[in-house]
Design a protein around this ligand. Sequence first.
Ligand SMILES: NC(=O)c1ccc[n+]([C@@H]2O[C@H](COP(=O)([O-])OP(=O)(O)OC[C@H]3O[C@@H](n4cnc5c(N)ncnc54)[C@H](O)[C@@H]3O)[C@@H](O)[C@H]2O)c1
Length: 255
Amino acid sequence: MKDLFSIRGKKILVTGGARGIGKTVAEHLLDAGAQVGLVDINAGQAEETAAALAAKTGGACAAFGCDVTDPEAVTRTFANFIARFGTLDAVFNNAGITYFKEAEALSPEEWKKVIDVNLNGVFYVAQAAARCFLQENKAGSIVNTASMSGLIVNIPQRQASYNTSKSAVVHLTKSLAVEWAAHNIRVNCISPGYIRTDMTGSVRQDWVAWWEDLIPFKRMGTPEELVGAVIYLISDASTYTSGANLVIDGCFTCI
Ligand SMILES: NC(=O)c1ccc[n+]([C@@H]2O[C@H](COP(=O)([O-])OP(=O)(O)OC[C@H]3O[C@@H](n4cnc5c(N)ncnc54)[C@H](O)[C@@H]3O)[C@@H](O)[C@H]2O)c1
């Protein structure tokens, strides 16, 4: 029982790890004894974060600059991760962007950008991870970051591209979970509600007030409140859990 949730010694790749949810989860993975690679399009910030987290936790943390929408760069990044850490045990597939704009005004480029990062990028990263697990014939865990926006339509902001991309992540998670079940590769996702990060930090204050009024918990969540779910889904506490979507939203989607 003592080791049920242990991730000690696991080698974990975190995308979108330079800041926000990815950074906070990475810090707690390191605290729990894992070794962590931060993958981010913002290579400079990823380097700074990796150095800060290594100093703070005493754990092994490295940065890898990579745009997850570039499948060849993703493949190279996984090769570099394995060259650095020796193997791969799990991925927190978390990089994402949001775009607020009325659907009738959205350009094709804006639509494609959100789908490219939030859906295609998640697929390329999951695929590269599975190839690593299959290559070594080992079990692995992939945890995708979807969103409650994949289940409901947020108001008052307009974000059809984001909602659509996150809904697709939920079904991609189930599809990959079934495809790779026979290989002992588990694929799950978390669906956060409104979480205080840089992504949500710069939005209009009247929106935040609107959101907090709608949330039964009457407040936004913190990145720390997602950590336990990610550790659970990576650890051996969840060996019979795959294709699941863990909603962490202060009851937002219950009503
Ligand atoms: N903050 C929220 O309220 C909330 C709610 C639900 C879901 N999410 C999801 O959680 C994830 C993390 O969100 P966050 O709030 O920490 O956002 P954030 O903007 O603070 O951090 C996202 C990170 O992803 C990186 N990134 C963006 N595009 C990338 C690309 N093409 N390749 C590699 N890295 C890239 C950014 O550089 C950044 O470091 C996202 O998938 C987001 O959609 C956030």
